[in-house]
Ligand binder design. Structure first.
Ligand SMILES: *[C@@H]1O[C@H](CO)[C@@H](O)[C@H](O)[C@H]1NC(C)=O
Ligand SMILES: *[C@@H]1O[C@H](CO)[C@@H](O)[C@H](O)[C@H]1NC(C)=O
Ligand SMILES: *[C@@H]1O[C@H](CO)[C@@H](O)[C@H](O)[C@H]1NC(C)=O
Ligand SMILES: *[C@@H]1O[C@H](CO)[C@@H](O)[C@H](O)[C@H]1NC(C)=O
Ligand SMILES: *[C@@H]1O[C@H](CO)[C@@H](O)[C@H](O)[C@H]1NC(C)=O
Ligand SMILES: *[C@@H]1O[C@H](CO)[C@@H](O)[C@H](O)[C@H]1NC(C)=O
Ligand SMILES: *[C@@H]1O[C@H](CO)[C@@H](O)[C@H](O)[C@H]1NC(C)=O
Ligand SMILES: *[C@@H]1O[C@H](CO)[C@@H](O)[C@H](O)[C@H]1NC(C)=O
Length: 816
């Protein structure tokens, strides 16, 4: 097929060249040979601009990394929107230099002049570079022919006026996580007279069946020659051999590129979306809005026989209101790689098929019933006619069975791992029964697959955003002004921040516009959490606009789509909390889809970086104080504030440190919001692997004791200055901190837990007390765990700590 196409469009080389460069004269910036830009050098030029200044072409710094990518972006839009990037070379070091040369085209050399990359397609001599207002950057030669251009080397985005004359791959979705310059799994192809969206199995390029295909594959349509974006009609079209433009999106509401920026991007989650962004405030809200997208329901249409489906293995794809997929792990499963949402989930338990080790019986497993969920491709057995109870029983008795689906006509489908193409669909008249272990521990068994980077910088790894020229700040490096400043103005703030409803809460309702201004258009990202992205901002306090204070503004992600009233109720609950060991909520914004929370800034980052970072380790005295602080904060949430708050996600990343290294709990009250908005997704587990209490995996009610459990794990981490699960640590028996700590306690070798920390060893009474309290907190049976009140009394030595029982009496985890 490829050669056929090739033959058709490029029969005569001369014709080809004419076809390839049809761009008519539009205003352009001319860049002379010898011009250059330098990556990350403030004194040198960092990028070139198109004549109107709409587009910039130059180096962008890679998130959390001192390397730079050659990119093109919309320069007048506050949130950096990259439309092109150089995947051939990927990130280059600071000081690298991009130059227009006459013999090798565009060339990148490193700081010492070492060659890194060039366009190198040049037979003739380049006379100048050009940068058009359409967003096309390229090179022309002495015959005034274009020798290289970005429009001809697209990445994941197509712009108005662009026409890509290629058969095969047109666009490739962006890589995930820090691998922005890598390739995603999704491709847009021009094939067989149609545009198709497909996934490929990486590495390699095996193409799965298309999950979207435009009409027109029949032989009566003229063969396809190019995919383009018509500037005046807004159509994304297939250019046919006969010159006709067949639109993919006929009937879209046409928006003029005079008033709007337009682009169409193959997103990292596989949805191909055409966006508009008003150039002028009077034309609408200043944000990217989808005006057209395919496929309409990627969860259902991404069905493929080889490959995982859109979300990865053992996952469930649920379509969001924005037609983007939300991927969930079934209960009892957790993400394989926290930094890559598409690698799938793995069960947190063993299936019980092992030949060696204690044999499992069916009593150790339960089935969770979930309606309207299916994995249509992983059947290994179909049973019929079968009643529902027989179907369930058949799965429980079969150690290979992971899920059974019972549906119409008394059919029973048994499915095995890994499950693929999982999706939630309101119209299936089927029930899924998902098998998991009753007494399974959420902790990893040694040797089970895991990502080494588990919770390393969990707040910043998600997503693929590039930060602009600003250096990525260490998480929560917020308080230049800091707490002291905040305290001075605290009284003032309290007076000013009155809720409009007249309720006596000292939080202020902001408009989205105010927060956009405060963050300079959401420019500086401080971190990414489980609930959204945190940006740095400056807000006015009082009428005097000179007194601005630094704040952390959390933009909640789209999971929070519940009703206005519920959101406000919860925010007010959070706003009513006042405790020195909680991060203060100063205000919020609730406008349509935009939900933001404004918090005070803390200067010393998160407990995670303090405990596990490579810098100075906290002293024993500091650690004791931090443990007591966190305990006090939790006690307040559970027992002392007017509405009880269960945190649900206590972990070091959610504990922030103020200027005196006083610990404060953040993100409390958000779990409730999330649960409210997820009434249909009772299969998804929030919380973070390693800190989640076992009852989350059982059919047991969630109480304040889940926080006590997480606090116990956290306490052990604080004592030992190490993560709860660390596969890199020497010795298999030490991998899981909880197991190891209990072993040390039982064998009376507690000193081993703190290694050579003399300060802690000399404080042996307190050390032992803390370890015992932690073991009480992590009891599998929630009723055995003490309340936070009792925990505090024990930690402070006010009451005696009795000898804790083994925390994992039911544990069936087998070692490898
Ligand atoms: C760029 O060069 C072209 C051809 O040499 C010329 O027509 C155009 O006016 C130049 N543009 C600018 C802004 O100098
Ligand atoms: C930057 O990224 C590259 C490649 O992804 C990696 O090799 C390097 O270690 C990273 N550097 C830092 C400072 O994170
Ligand atoms: C980035 O993605 C590419 C494939 O597109 C892959 O070859 C490369 O190994 C990835 N790099 C990292 C650091 O994961
Ligand atoms: C192209 O489309 C025709 C008609 O639908 C179909 O018969 C043929 O198999 C397709 N070819 C390829 C390579 O997909
Ligand atoms: C855009 O579409 C219109 C209407 O179909 C057509 O007349 C025009 O030539 C197209 N523009 C380009 C640049 O192809
Ligand atoms: C799809 O079919 C419609 C109506 O027959 C036609 O107008 C449109 O051009 C076709 N689209 C493509 C991409 O062939
Ligand atoms: C924005 O729109 C208003 C009203 O239509 C107009 O007066 C103003 O000049 C526009 N501003 C820009 C920058 O285009
Ligand atoms: C269910 O099916 C009906 C009719 O077949 C359709 O109109 C509706 O959109 C479907 N609902 C969902 C959630 O797919």
């Amino acid at each position: 097929m490829a050669s056929l196409f090739h033959g058709l469009s490029c029969l005569i080389p001369i014709l080809c060249i004419i076809l390839l460069f049809p761009h008519t004269a539009i205003s352009q910036t001319n860049i002379t040979v010898g011009s250059f830009i330098v990556a990350g050098d403030d004194k040198a030029l960092g990028h070139w601009l198109s004549p109107s200044g709409d587009f910039a072409f130059g180096f962008s710094q890679v998130e959390n990394n001192d390397t730079f990518l050659l990119t093109m972006w919309f320069d007048k839009i506050p949130e950096k929107t990259i439309v092109w990037l150089n995947k051939e070379i990927g990130p280059v070091p600071r000081g690298s230099r991009l130059e227009v040369t006459s013999d090798r085209g565009l060339v990148i050399n490193d700081q010492k002049g070492g060659f890194l990359w060039s366009t190198d397609t040049v037979v003739s001599r380049v006379t100048h570079g050009f940068f058009e207002d359409s967003g096309n950057f390229g090179l022309r030669d002495e015959y005034f022919e274009t020798t290289w251009e970005t429009f001809d080397n697209p990445t994941d985005t197509i712009l108005p006026g662009q026409e890509i004359r290629k058969n095969g791959v047109i666009l490739i979705s962006r890589g995930l996580g820090s691998n922005v310059s890598g390739e995603g799994r999704f491709r847009l192809y021009l094939k067989n007279r149609t545009v198709q969206l497909k996934t490929v199995n990486l590495p390699g390029n095996y193409e799965n069946e298309p999950y979207y295909s435009s009409n027109g594959s029949d032989a009566s349509t003229s063969p396809a020659r190019a995919v383009g974006f018509n500037r005046s009609t807004g159509y994304i079209y297939i250019l046919r051999q006969n010159g006709v433009q067949s639109p993919l999106n006929p009937g879209i509401k046409v928006v003029s590129s005079q008033d709007y920026y337009l682009r169409a991007t193959l997103e990292f989650d596989g949805v191909f979306i055409q966006y508009s962004y008003p150039k002028n405030v009077s034309a609408g809200e200043r944000k990217w809005s989808a005006i057209w997208l395919v496929p309409d329901n990627i969860c259902v249409s991404s069905f493929m026989t080889k490959g995982s489906g859109v979300c990865g293995y053992n996952r469930i794809c649920r379509l969001g209101v924005d037609h983007r997929p939300n991927c969930e792990c079934p209960r009892g499963f957790s993400l394989l790689d926290q930094s890559d949402d598409y690698r799938g989930c793995i069960p947190s338990f063993s299936q019980g098929c092992e030949v060696s080790g204690p044999s499992s019986t069916q009593d150790e497993f339960v089935l969770d019933e979930v309606a309207n969920i299916d994995w249509p491709t992983t059947d290994y057995e179909v049973l019929q006619p079968f009643r529902e109870d027989e179907c369930k029983d058949a799965c429980l008795r079969d150690c290979m069975c992971a899920v059974t689906i019972f549906g119409s006509g008394n059919m029973c489908w048994k499915k095995k791992l890994p499950l693929s193409n999982g999706r939630a669909d309101g119209n299936l008249s089927k029930k899924a029964f998902i098998k998991r272990r009753k007494y399974g521990s959420e902790l990893q068994s040694p040797g089970s697959p895991s990502s080494g980077s588990n919770n390393k910088n969990a707040l910043i790894i998600a997503g693929s955003a590039l930060l602009g020229s600003s250096v990525f700040l260490n998480f929560m490096l917020m308080g230049a002004i800091g707490l002291g400043f905040f305290m001075i103005y605290h009284k003032k703030l309290s007076r000013i921040f009155k809720d409009e409803g007249g309720l006596d809460v000292n939080i202020r309702c902001f408009t989205y516009r105010e927060l956009e201004d405060a963050t300079n258009g959401f420019k500086e990202e401080l971190g990414r959490g489980s609930f959204g992205i945190v940006f740095k901002g400056l807000i006015d306090i009082g009428n005097d606009s000179n007194s601005r204070t630094e704040v952390a503004i959390k933009k909640l992600d789209r999971l929070f789509q519940e009703s206005e009233r519920e959101f406000k109720t919860e925010v007010l609950v959070i706003g009513q909390t006042h405790h020195k060991n909680l991060v203060r909520l100063l205000g919020y914004c609730n406008e349509g889809q935009n939900r933001l929370l404004v918090y005070e800034c803390l200067s010393n980052g998160s407990l995670a970086s303090f405990l596990f970072g490579d810098e100075m380790k906290p002293t024993w005295e500091q650690r004791v104080q931090i443990a007591l602080d966190v305990g006090k904060g939790l006690l307040y949430l559970h027992e002392e504030c007017s509405t009880q708050i269960i945190h649900c996600d206590i972990k070091p990343q959610n504990i922030l440190l103020d200027e005196n290294y006083g610990a404060r709990i953040s993100d409390f009250g958000l779990a409730k919001l999330l649960l409210l908005s997820q009434t249909h997704t009772n299969t998804a587990i929030r919380g973070t692997r390693g800190y989640v209490a076992p009852e989350w995996f059982r059919n047991q009610p969630i109480t304040v004791k889940v926080d006590v459990y997480s606090f116990g794990i956290l306490l052990l981490e604080i004592i030992c200055c190490r993560r709860s699960v660390d596969i890199e640590i020497g010795g298999e028996d030490k991998v899981i901190l909880a197991d190891w700590a209990y072993d040390c306690y039982r064998e009376k070798t507690i000193d081993a837990l703190v290694e050579k920390d003399e300060e802690a060893i000399s404080d042996s009474k307190r050390l032992e007390r803390f370890v015992m309290v932690a073991i009480w907190c992590i009891q599998e049976d929630p009723s055995l765990r003490p309340t936070m009140k009792k925990v505090m009394l024990m930690l402070e030595g006010i009451i005696q700590v009795s000898i804790p029982p083994c925390p994992f009496p039911f544990s069936t985890i087998t070692t490898v």
